[in-house]
Ligand binder design. Structure first.
Ligand code: UGA
Length: 438
C-alpha cells in the first residue's frame, strides 16, 4: 500500500455518516489521504467491531487501511452523527438508499440523517451526497437542512465491492456537482492526491452520471450474457467471441464475463431507479428496460441448464451449490443472482446443499432457510446429482475434483461463471455445461 499522502494534502476535518460498503472505505481512504476523519455509525455491533479492529464487511485491504488511519490519529469512530459533524468542514452522507416498491430510491435515511445534523453543522460546512440518490436529491438535502450557509455537493461513488480499497485509492475519475461551483471544487480537492481526472459540474448532471455509469455497465453485461446464449445456439465459443470484442479499444475487456446475471446492491437498484426517473420524465428508455428483462431471463436460463443436467426436472433432486454472494471477494448477498438461482432450485423441489466461504453453516441465517448450508465444498456435493458453480470464488478452482467426483451421485457440473477448465473436468469423467461454451 502506498504511504499516506499527507505531504501533498491540505488537511481537512471530515465527518462520514454511515460505515457501510461505501462509508467505511470512503472514511478510511480520506484518512489515508491525510484528512482528519470522524466516522459515525449508529449500529453498536458494527462500531464495536471497528473499535476492536475487526471489519464489519469482507473487503480486501480494508483492515490495513483502517488500522493505518487509526494509528496515524486520522480516523475516529462515534455512534453519534451530531458529534461527528462538530468541527467538520465536510460531511459525507453515506447512508443506504434502498429500493422502494415502485423501483425508485428510498431517500428516508438520507433525509433523516440530514435532519439530524442540520442544526449542528459548522457555519459554512459542505454536505456531500455520496450515496446513490435520484436526480434532484442535492436540492432536497439543501431544503431539509434549510441553512443558506450550507452547500450540498453531489460526489457519486464508483467503487466496486470486493475491490473497494483499490478503487477508492485509484479512482478512474472524481465527479463533483453543485449549484455552488466553489463548494464542488473544494470537495474535489479532498481527493487531489489521487491525481484522478476531476469533473466539476452541476448537481443534476453529477447525479445522472452515477446512474448512467451503472446502467451502461448493466446493459453491457446483459448484452454479453445474451450473446453467450446466442453462441450456445450457433455453436460459437463465447469466450473467443468476447476476446475478439475486447481487443477493440472502444469496447475493452472489462465487464465482458458472462455469468448467471448481474446483481448486487447497485446495478439492479440503480437500473430500476433510472428507469423510474425516465418514466417520471415521460421518456421511454426501452433499451434499459430490455437490459433488465434480459437479466431476469439469464437467471431462468441458468436454472434451466441445471434442470436439464438433472434429467429434465429438479424436483426431488439433490443439488450442490457453490457460492451465494453476488460476486466473489465480498460477503454481500443483496440481490445476488447466485442466491436467487439457489432459491429457485429449492422452489422447484430440489434439496439444495450450499457452500459459500463467507457463510457460516452453523449460524442461523434467515434468508437461507430453504438451503442446507454446508461447512465445506466437499460436504455440499455429497450425494448430489448436479454441482452448480454460482459465484466465482477462486478457491473453487483449486479443489480436489477427484474427491468431488467420488462424493457425487452423478458427475454433472453446471458452471455459471465459466470458472472451471471444461477439458480438465471432462477428462475426469464429469459432464460439463458452461455459459456460452460447448
Ligand atoms: C457496481 C459498479 O461497478 C461500481 O462502479 C459502483 O460504484 C457500484 O456498483 C455502486 O453503485 O456502488 P458492484 O455492485 O460492487 O459495483 O459490483 P460489480 O463489480 O459492478 O458487479 C456487478 C454484477 O455484475 C455482479 O453480479 C457481477 O458478478 C456481475 N459481473 C461483473 C459479471 O457477471 N461479469 C462481469 O464481467 C462483471
Amino acid at each position: 500500500m502506498s504511504p499516506p499522502a499527507n505531504d501533498h494534502t491540505n488537511r481537512q476535518a471530515v465527518a462520514v455518516i454511515g460505515a457501510g460498503y461505501v462509508g467505511l472505505p470512503t472514511a478510511a481512504t480520506l484518512a489515508h489521504f491525510g484528512h482528519h476523519v470522524v466516522l459515525a455509525e449508529r449500529e453498536q455491533s458494527k462500531l464495536a467491531a471497528l473499535r476492536a479492529g475487526r471489519m464489519p464487511i469482507v473487503e480486501a485491504g480494508l483492515d490495513e487501511l483502517v488500522a493505518g488511519g487509526v494509528a496515524a490519529g486520522n480516523l475516529h469512530f462515534t455512534d453519534s452523527a451530531v458529534d461527528a459533524v462538530a468541527g467538520a468542514a465536510f460531511v459525507f452522507l453515506c447512508v443506504p438508499t434502498p429500493q422502494s416498491a415502485d423501483g425508485s430510491a428510498d431517500l428516508s435515511y438520507v433525509e433523516s440523517a440530514a435532519k439530524e445534523i442540520a442544526s449542528s453543522l459548522e457555519p459554512g460546512a459542505i454536505v456531500v451526497n455520496k450515496s446513490t440518490v435520484p436526480v434532484g436529491s442535492a436540492n432536497m438535502v439543501e431544503q431539509v437542512i434549510g441553512r443558506p450557509d450550507i452547500s450540498v455537493v453531489s460526489n457519486p461513488e464508483f467503487l466496486r465491492e470486493g475491490t473497494a480499497v483499490l478503487d477508492s485509492l485509484n479512482p478512474d475519475r472524481i465527479v463533483v456537482g453543485a449549484d455552488d461551483a466553489r463548494a464542488a471544487a473544494k470537495v474535489g480537492e479532498l481527493f487531489s492526491s489521487t491525481r484522478a481526472p476531476l469533473i466539476v459540474t452541476d448537481a443534476t448532471t453529477s447525479e445522472t452520471i452515477k446512474y448512467a455509469s451503472n446502467a451502461f455497465l448493466a446493459t453491457k453485461l446483459s448484452f454479453v450474457n445474451a450473446l453467450a446464449g446466442l453462441c450456445e445456439e450457433v455453436g460459437a465459443d463465447a469466450r473467443d467471441v468476447l476476446l475478439g470484442l475486447g481487443y477493440d479499444k472502444r469496447i475493452g475487456f472489462e465487464f465482458l464475463r458472462p455469468g448467471p446475471g448481474w446483481g448486487g446492491s447497485c446495478l439492479p437498484k440503480d437500473t430500476r431507479a433510472l428507469l423510474h426517473i425516465a418514466s417520471e420524465a415521460g421518456y421511454d428508455f426501452s433499451l434499459l428496460a430490455g437490459a433488465i428483462a434480459s437479466n431476469d431471463e439469464q437467471l431462468s436460463r441458468v436454472a434451466a441448464k441445471v434442470e436439464t443436467a438433472c434429467g429434465g426436472s429438479a424436483d426431488g433432486a439433490t443439488i450442490a451449490v457453490w457460492g451465494l454472494t453476488f460476486k466473489a471477494n465480498t460477503d454481500d448477498r443483496r440481490d445476488s443472482p447466485s442466491l436467487q438461482i439457489a432459491h429457485r432450485l429449492a422452489d422447484l423441489g430440489a434439496t439444495v446443499q450450499a457452500f459459500d466461504p463467507t457463510v457460516d453453516a452453523e449460524t442461523d441465517v434467515p434468508d437461507l432457510h430453504d438451503l442446507q448450508l454446508q461447512a465445506d465444498p466437499y460436504a455440499a456435493v455429497a450425494g448430489a446429482r448436479v454441482l452448480v458453480v454460482l459465484t466465482e470464488w477462486d478457491e473453487f478452482r483449486w479443489l480436489d475434483f477427484s474427491r468431488v467426483l467420488a462424493a457425487m451421485a452423478e458427475p454433472n457440473i453446471v458452471d455459471a461463471r465459466n470458472l472451471l477448465d471444461p477439458a480438465a473436468v471432462r477428462r475426469m469423467g464429469f459432464s460439463y455445461t458452461g455459459i456460452g461454451r460447448q
